[in-house]
Design a protein around this ligand. Structure first.
Ligand code: CA2
Length: 148
């Protein structure tokens, strides 16, 4: 399998490993970037790993993915629960999309139980810590291999 997987991360995930380790663990986003790149490489794929605190930037990257990515892994962070705009952008992307949450959002506050992005996602992984990103890469690789 060849191709690039976009791994998109939403607001405040730049703080991963630096605050709230009880909820989000002690790995930094840079650690996750290295681990996802290795996992994609094991499937003969590459990653473009990005983080932004700005909704419009995430949307612009999803638009870029239309021409440049075979699939998308996205942790939209708080925009999961609020952003119809990110849902609309993902609906304009043709490839598979896996939504990842480090924490188990269903064990947390009620407002985290609803996801706009899940209306588009082909799979949702929550509560597996940062391992969820690696599981998402494996799932995308399988979906892409099955499609070819
Ligand atoms: O569990 C997840 O991955 C979330 O997407 C993380 C979001 C939260 O709003 C979602 O409900 C669930 C928050 C990301 C903030 O990340 C931080 C990491 C370390 C320290 C502070 C914030």
């Amino acid at each position: 399998m060849t191709g690039t997987i976009f791994v998109l991360n939403g607001p405040n995930l730049n703080l991963l490993g630096k605050r709230q380790p009880g909820i989000y663990g002690s790995e930094t986003l840079a650690d996750v970037e290295v681990a996802t790149a290795r996992q994609a490489e094991s499937h003969g794929m590459s990653t473009r790993f990005l983080q932004s605190n700005a909704e419009h930037q995430l949307i612009d990257w999803i638009h870029e993915a239309r021409d440049q990515a075979a699939g998308i892994v996205i942790n939209p962070a708080a925009y999961t629960h609020t952003s119809v705009a990110i849902l609309d952008a993902l609906n304009a992307f043709d490839g598979p999309v896996i939504e990842v949450h480090i924490s188990n959002v269903h064990k947390r506050e009620e407002f985290r139980h609803h996801s706009f992005v899940s209306l588009r996602a082909d799979g949702v992984i929550a509560g597996c810590g940062t391992q969820g990103y690696l599981l998402a890469i494996d799932r995308l690789a399988k979906l892409l291999a099955d499609a070819n």
